[in-house]
Design a protein around this ligand. Structure first.
Ligand code: DP6
Length: 329
């Protein structure tokens, strides 16, 4: 069976940073995210007898050795769970420029988990799909679901309780995000390496892990009560705490550029002027402005002219991973 699946990207409001098991890719902390409508990956998988390895086309081009090997390792996990032994032809498209440095591993591994298991004849429930996607990339576990999503760090050594679940659907609360692109260069330190460095060298690491459950409790409360001030305040707190942790490593990682910093200051001054807007930033220089629908245009206008802002992508909340096409082979 040739199967196509689509999954959207997500942005964490309470961040995941650090692993309790590197081999099984188990997070040291839980996280809470929103799934983004505007950014998605669509992936087609077809197992084919006679192939000598998994073949990967990314946005129409043959993927690099590094990308192909990461996908191959993941596909081995899919083969272990199924009766399928053959390698696969995989084609993946992002509907956003990958060069923009926007996270694509979340949508990519979520779409691949669904397409590959389905193509192999498996119909996994969302929790199991999420567990599988996590093995590809921690944040991908959350992209299985739409709306507001929580990833549980889990307690078990085998990771069987380390998966995400939906907190509330996207229609529960209309939150908007402006993604402010400030650089199109590839970042120097990826999340996986950054996390290892923080765990091994940052003196703040234990405090980060210890203080995480309280952030998750409060964020859950903010979402259920639709308390935007609390949601925004906590998002900035978790973001800055994560960056402080990475900055305090040895060598410290600086993911920001001067425009990132300027945007953080401007967002705070817009807030002082009465606009409901908060920021969050992942392991890169792009800033995500969290808005309410009624405030979005004013925020966009105020930030668009800041020197260094290359482009702005507007998005609302999106759906979870789903199949978009099957062809009997
Ligand atoms: C800063 O999910 O990319 O975006 O599990 O090593 O693939 P791996 O890491 P990844 O890390 C995401 C880090 C983050 C915060 C978040 O999305 O929670």
């Amino acid at each position: 069976m040739k199967t196509t699946a689509r999954a959207h990207s997500n942005i964490a409001l309470v961040k995941y940073w650090g692993k309790r098991d590197v081999h099984l890719n188990l997070p040291a902390v839980g996280s809470i995210s929103i799934t983004l409508d505007r950014l998605f990956t669509e992936t087609t998988v077809e197992f084919e007898d006679g192939l000598e390895k998994d073949l990967l086309l990314l946005n129409g081009q043959e993927a690099s050795v590094k990308e192909t090997s990461r996908i191959g390792t993941f596909m081995d996990l899919v083969r272990q769970e199924t009766a399928v032994n053959s390698f696969a032809r995989i084609e993946s498209h992002n509907n956003f420029p990958t060069s923009a440095g926007l996270a694509s591993s979340a949508s990519a591994f979520a779409a691949l988990s669904l397409a590959a298991t389905h193509a192999a004849g498996l119909n996994l429930p969302p929790l199991r799909l999420s567990e599988l996607a996590r093995k590809g990339s921690g944040s991908a576990a959350r992209s299985i679901y739409g709306g507001f999503v929580e990833m549980a760090k889990g307690e078990r050594a085998d990771g069987s309780d380390s998966a995400a679940y939906q907190l509330v659907e996207k229609d529960y609360w209309d939150i908007r995000v402006l993604i402010l692109i400030t650089s199109e260069e590839e970042k120097k330190t990826g999340s996986t390496d950054g996390m290892t460095l923080s765990r091994q060298t940052s003196p703040y690491y234990d405090a980060w892990v210890r203080s995480s459950p309280a952030d998750l409790d409060e964020m859950r409360h903010a979402v259920i009560n639709k308390d935007f001030e609390l949601l925004g305040d906590l998002s900035e707190f978790s973001c800055l705490k994560m960056h402080a942790l990475a900055l305090a490593g040895r060598p410290g990682i600086i993911y920001w550029n001067s425009t990132t910093l300027e945007l953080m200051n401007r967002i705070r001054s817009l807030r002082e002027d009465g606009l409901p807007v908060y920021f969050t930033i992942d392991a890169g220089p792009q800033v995500k402005a969290l808005c309410l629908p009624e405030g979005m245009d004013a925020v966009k206008q105020a930030l668009a002219d800041i020197p260094g802002v290359i482009r702005i992508i507007e998005t609302g909340l999106g759906d979870g991973a789903r199949l978009t096409g099957d062809i009997e082979g």
